[in-house]
Design a protein around this ligand. Structure first.
Ligand code: NAG
Ligand code: NAG
Ligand code: NAG
Ligand code: NAG
Length: 505
């Protein structure tokens, strides 16, 4: 295959990008083959009722009593309407069937439904999987879309009766004037919103999603970007992919086919411009962390909890599916530099034990096809010991430990000055040294960004911050990767940062 690709281009273009060089400076192609709404919000613009996507955390306040709906005890029993302030038990995670029809998942992960044991119109949260009686329509006030009614499968609306009668019952008829005296009217607010691949594809639905996603893949990252990277001192790319790419062109709904073609193009362009490619499994079946970038439907972590989704992950390595992207399809292409088996698995949802068994089997699977590709093992998020993978990795030659460093996502950085942020970067030298051992795995700072919580910082501040990070992370023995190449938020776009003189390589 490599030979084939080389003759497509003139031989002078046919460099060998896998020749190891240390440390490498690469950039992530975030938000491309695995959607992240904050990177490109316009991707969601055409979705009907785009405020009602999978995983949105909704809260409902009765207009008559001012009290919130609540899954009593977090789930497993009745829904009540007697809470004065919303928190976890008062938050209902959406599963979207279509733009008007939904399931509601409660804190303990049961689904809201009509009580089949009782008189049929009590509302409970007892079912572990949604069926017809767990299906509801959200009907918005045509004038004020924050006012909603919830229609149950029996055709009647949920209503919060007065405070004495706290049971929510689904027995209110059709008509309403949306007034403050109607116990079936609720004020809708969200406490959290998810915008990942599941949300965008399920939001558009099977008719529209294929075209929308194909347009995005063809326009967001193009050949010109690879040319630009090669001319601006970058050694390659880290490309996040989702598990559904392995069953392209017919992945399970709501995912749509075509991302494999985009990945093929990336390999062609990388080859042409002498860039290295790191494939990074960013979204595993069941999701390995709570974030939309692992394509979680509603923030639950289910990867690793059963053997079956670990087995399903192996299909990426060429066991059963014909495309088997990892690494059969690409192992002989010179630009395949490394395979990252899983991005940011999260403790304690993903146990060290299941992660280690997956990593060692994944490593063997890669080695069956490629003796040279590096195999990258991402440290768990929220773990206490950054060395936990060293015993395993030390026995795997060509393995790399990936750590991600952000001066964000933690209250530790609240109120820090520019200089304190820079000191915190230098302090990471200690961390990095801890995982850098002789004869052990290489080390990789697979994500970092010149963004922080400092308000109103000057261009020079950003330059100093970025340059401190380059200096410290440049000591990682494998290299570093900026997050990300393109982003509507300028500091998160390496292309913008370099073109505007904030970062020099
Ligand atoms: C969620 O709530 C916030 C704050 O009220 C609001 O600004 C935002 O538009 C809402 N997002 C969605 C998707 O509804
Ligand atoms: C809400 O109602 C339920 C059911 O009657 C009751 O068990 C619970 O204590 C009530 N909670 C509050 C905060 O009033
Ligand atoms: C949404 O799904 C429900 C239940 O399957 C169906 O009755 C309804 O017609 C659908 N609505 C739209 C807009 O597709
Ligand atoms: C950096 O480390 C030094 C020495 O341990 C410590 O005193 C300082 O508070 C740290 N600074 C930051 C910003 O973390």
């Amino acid at each position: 295959m490599a030979v084939l690709i080389c003759i497509t281009f003139s031989s002078s273009n046919c460099r060998i990008p896998t020749e190891p060089t240390f440390p490498i400076k690469v950039v992530n192609l975030g938000g491309w083959l695995v959607t992240e709404g904050w990177i490109k919000p316009s991707l969601f613009d055409g979705i009907p009722n785009k405020d009602l996507l999978d995983g949105t955390g909704l809260q409902f306040k009765s207009v008559t009593t001012g009290k919130y709906l609540c899954a009593e005890r977090g789930g497993g029993t009745i829904i009540v309407a007697n809470r004065t302030a919303p928190s976890g038990w008062e938050t209902f995670k959406l599963w979207r069937i279509n733009e008007t029809t939904f399931n509601f998942r409660v804190f303990n992960n049961q689904f809201v439904g009509l009580d089949s044991q009782g008189n049929g119109d009590d509302v409970v949260a007892v079912s572990n999987s949604p069926g017809i009686s767990e299906t509801f329509q959200i009907v918005k006030d045509p004038i004020n879309s924050n006012l909603v009614r919830i229609k149950a499968s029996n055709g009647l609306f949920l209503q919060a009766r007065n405070c004495h009668l706290v049971l929510v019952t689904a027995d209110h008829p059709e008509e309403t004037g949306w007034g403050n005296h109607d116990p079936s009217v609720f004020v809708l607010t969200n406490s959290s919103v998810m915008q990942g691949e599941f949300q965008v594809t399920n939001g558009y639905g099977p008719e529209r999603a294929p075209q929308v996603m194909r347009d995005h893949w063809e326009t967001f990252i193009v050949e010109e970007d690879f040319k630009w990277m090669s001319e601006n001192g970058l050694d390659g790319v880290r490309i996040p992919v989702g598990w559904w790419i392995a069953s392209d062109p017919t992945p399970p709904l709501p995912y749509v086919g075509g991302s494999l073609q985009a990945l093929d193009n990336a390999f062609l362009w990388a080859q042409k411009y002498g860039l290295k490619v790191i494939i990074d499994l960013h979204a595993a079946p069941g999701s390995q962390n709570v974030y939309d970038h692992s394509s979680s439907r509603d923030g639950s972590i289910e990867w690793g909890s059963t053997n079956s989704n670990i087995q399903q992950t192996f299909s990426l390595f060429g066991r059963d599916l014909k495309n088997n992207i990892y690494p059969n399809r690409y192992a002989r292409i010179p630009s395949l530099y490394a395979v990252e088996l899983l991005n940011e698995p999260q403790a304690p949802g993903v146990s060290l034990e299941s992660l280690e068994s997956y990593y060692s089997a994944g490593y063997k699977a890669v080695r069956r096809h490629s003796s040279t590709a590096f195999v990258i093992l991402s440290n768990r998020l929220s773990l206490s010991d950054s060395r936990e993978l060293l015993p395993l990795a030390s026995g795997l030659s060509g393995s790399v430990i990936d750590v991600h460093y952000y001066n964000l996502f933690s209250n530790d950085f609240n109120g820090m000055t520019v200089q304190q942020n820079i000191d915190a970067v230098y302090n990471r030298t200690v961390d990095l040294n801890k995982i850098t051992t002789s004869n052990g795995p290489l080390t990789f700072v697979g994500e970092w960004v010149a963004e922080w919580k400092v308000k109103g910082a000057k261009a020079e501040d950003y330059q100093r911050f970025a340059s401190a990070q380059q200096k410290v992370y440049g000591r990682a023995t494998f290299g570093w990767a900026y997050w990300t190449l393109k982003n509507v938020n300028n500091h998160w776009s390496l292309k913008w940062m370099i073109n505007n003189g904030y970062i020099k390589l």
